[in-house]
Ligand binder design. Structure first.
Ligand code: UGA
Ligand code: MN
Length: 344
């Protein structure tokens, strides 16, 4: 009996131990799962925190960018739109050289032209003043223009400068200024720059399409210029498959290129290949453009016809009427000008 009781006790004890062991094991597993789930949620909590931090930094940067854009817009109204919309990296840049000189209508002409140019993508305006010093008028005009520009100056040699009483055809205009612009391009760019060169007079009228036409110039291109040479238009008159078949001109038709300054563009590569080509004050009258183009070793048949096979006028040789300023000038002479600070 005693023996059976002993065996029974022993068995219960073993059972108890097993139970205890199992309980401890379950407890440990529970503890482990609890620990794992806790550390996991901790991790989530931390990464959530980091995510929020990043989002916050992004918001701050975005806010700052908006403020900067607003500040830039306040100072240069068109700059932000210009940068956003117009800087397209895959387009060749048009480098346009414009000579300009002091006169009553200078700011009006520059304003009209500058606002056209704001619509032209990938464009650098090289403005060259006919003066010993850069003037405040042009400096400020360019600063607030919203355009990408280079401001230079080169005074026309006194021997070649027109007097106000001279007829304007007597001497060539814009020679020293265009040459200064060419020197800047050759110094600051390279044949690897994907670019097109164009000469813009400050008083002509330019359709936006003419810039898109010239952008694909491989060597040199031409198109008709309206109201030029005493005709409806001057330059290429009949074209087929991108080649000029006939030239339309009435005056000195024997000129190598019977065209106006606004009627051609050349690829920058050519400018570097013939690094001496430039304008000359000594070119015979009407030969300004021809002298430059023959300096680039171009012949009439090299020219690529643009503007729908030269069937469209996209640029006009307009001239701004000289205003009659008798009264203002009389007041200035008497020291009684209405407002000497007023920039016109
Ligand atoms: C025409 C052509 O369109 C010009 O490209 C060319 O230079 C000129 O003839 C010429 O044969 O020399 P036109 O309207 O008669 O042009 O000339 P302007 O518009 O008076 O002058 C052409 C450019 O030179 C303008 O951008 C003008 O601002 C500038 N210019 C004119 C000067 O820089 N200095 C001057 O004393 C006069
Ligand atoms: Mn003109």
């Amino acid at each position: 009996m005693f023996k059976t009781m002993n065996i029974f006790r022993l068995c219960t004890l073993k059972h108890m131990r097993l139970l205890l062991l199992m309980n401890t094991l379950i407890f440990l597993v529970l503890l482990f799962t609890l620990y794992i789930s806790f550390t996991h949620s901790e991790k989530n909590f931390n990464s959530g925190n980091k995510f929020d931090e990043k989002q916050l930094t992004l918001n701050i940067i975005e806010n700052r960018l908006q403020k900067l854009q607003q500040a830039l817009k306040n100072r240069f109204p068109s700059a932000v739109d210009y940068i956003d919309v117009h800087v397209k990296h895959d387009l060749p840049t048009i480098y346009a050289i414009t000579p300009t000189y002091k006169r009553w209508t200078q700011k009006a002409d520059l304003t009209r032209l500058g606002q056209t140019l704001l619509h032209v993508p990938n464009f650098r305006w090289i403005v060259v003043e006919d003066s010993n010093e850069k003037t405040a008028l042009v400096t400020n005009f360019l600063k607030f223009s919203g355009l990408q520009y280079t401001h230079l100056n080169a005074k026309t040699d006194q021997n070649y400068k027109l007097k106000s009483t001279d007829p304007n055809w007597l001497l060539p205009r814009g020679v020293a200024q265009r040459n200064k612009g060419l020197t800047w391009i050759r110094k600051n760019l390279s044949p690897h720059n994907n670019g097109i060169l164009y000469f813009l007079d400050d008083d002509n009228t330019y359709s936006l399409r003419v810039f898109e036409e010239m952008r694909s110039t491989e060597v040199a291109s031409v198109w008709p210029v309206g109201l030029s040479g005493g005709l409806k238009f001057e330059g290429p008159g009949k074209c087929k498959d991108g080649k000029v078949l006939e030239w339309y001109t009435a005056w000195k038709p024997e000129r190598p290129f019977p065209i106006d300054m606004a009627g051609f563009a050349v690829n920058l590569k050519l400018l570097f290949k013939y690094s001496e080509a430039e304008y000359s004050n000594d070119a015979p009258r009407g030969y300004l453009e021809s002298h430059f183009l023959t300096g680039l070793k171009l012949k009439r048949h090299d020219m690529e016809a643009k503007a729908d096979n030269c069937s469209k006028v996209l640029v006009w040789h307009t001239r701004t009427e000289k205003p009659k300023m008798k009264q203002e000038e009389a007041l200035i002479r008497q020291g009684k000008s209405s407002n000497s600070e007023m920039e016109v």
